[in-house]
Design a protein around this ligand. Sequence first.
Ligand code: GTP
Ligand code: MG
Length: 236
Amino acid sequence: MPFAKSNRLPVGAIQCDNTTLSLLKANDFVARTIREKMEGQGTLLINITSSAGSGKTTLMQETARRLKDKIKMAVLVGDLETERDAIRIREAGVPSMQIVTNGVCHLEAQMILQAFDHFDTKGLDLLFVENVGNLVCPAAFDLGEDFRVTLLATTEGDDKPKKYPRMFLTSELVLISKADLLPYLPFSVDAAIEDARGVNPEIEALLVSSTTGEGLDAWCAWLMERVEAKKMAPTV
Ligand SMILES: Nc1nc2c(ncn2[C@@H]2O[C@H](COP(=O)(O)OP(=O)(O)OP(=O)(O)O)[C@@H](O)[C@H]2O)c(=O)[nH]1
Ligand SMILES: [Mg+2]
């Protein structure tokens, strides 16, 4: 399509994106750098998102216990304050570093890149980033991940996907977490999945409980399939 006359540039000139005008665009540039780095070393990067308290860290601990002897994995974890989650994950036997955002309600790609200065990712098969707990702001920031996985706990209600659509639209997998509490709650798994697919028809869904272990074999198989695929993918 021909350029509008108002946009026409002198020969030899290029139009540069002014990243200061768009934080998200700047974030996307950094995310691309992270994606290239992970591709170069064959590390699968998974961004774990959810509301506060849906069970992200507990899932990281249970995943670590199941996979740490099979693959090299690590977790970066973001929170507004405290190192509590990283300590819990390290106790499960895998390297973990806390990114303290000092009040920022989401992780940004530049925070991940800064963390790489202090956290060795070389040789990792799988790197998780546990995002700050909320379904709103983290949805907008690409962290260079291969897959975004969102937990929706049975305690939150089955009507959340359409109320927080961007998170479900940008996720490849929804984990319905705290499945062990289903007998006590008015939560329909079918309704939750239907709501999520109303936003994103492609989204996959698994039912899990970190307390009973239900669904965790399927979750680990989902991960391992993608870890293997990432290793086979051509490097940049
Ligand atoms: N019943 C039940 N409780 C769970 C399950 N998974 C986690 N919990 C509990 O839910 C609470 C929150 O779990 P976390 O793993 O800290 O949740 P989180 O999403 O990491 O929380 P933030 O990082 O603060 O957003 C804890 O009391 C966990 O013990 C589960 O599968 N079933
Ligand atoms: Mg946590």
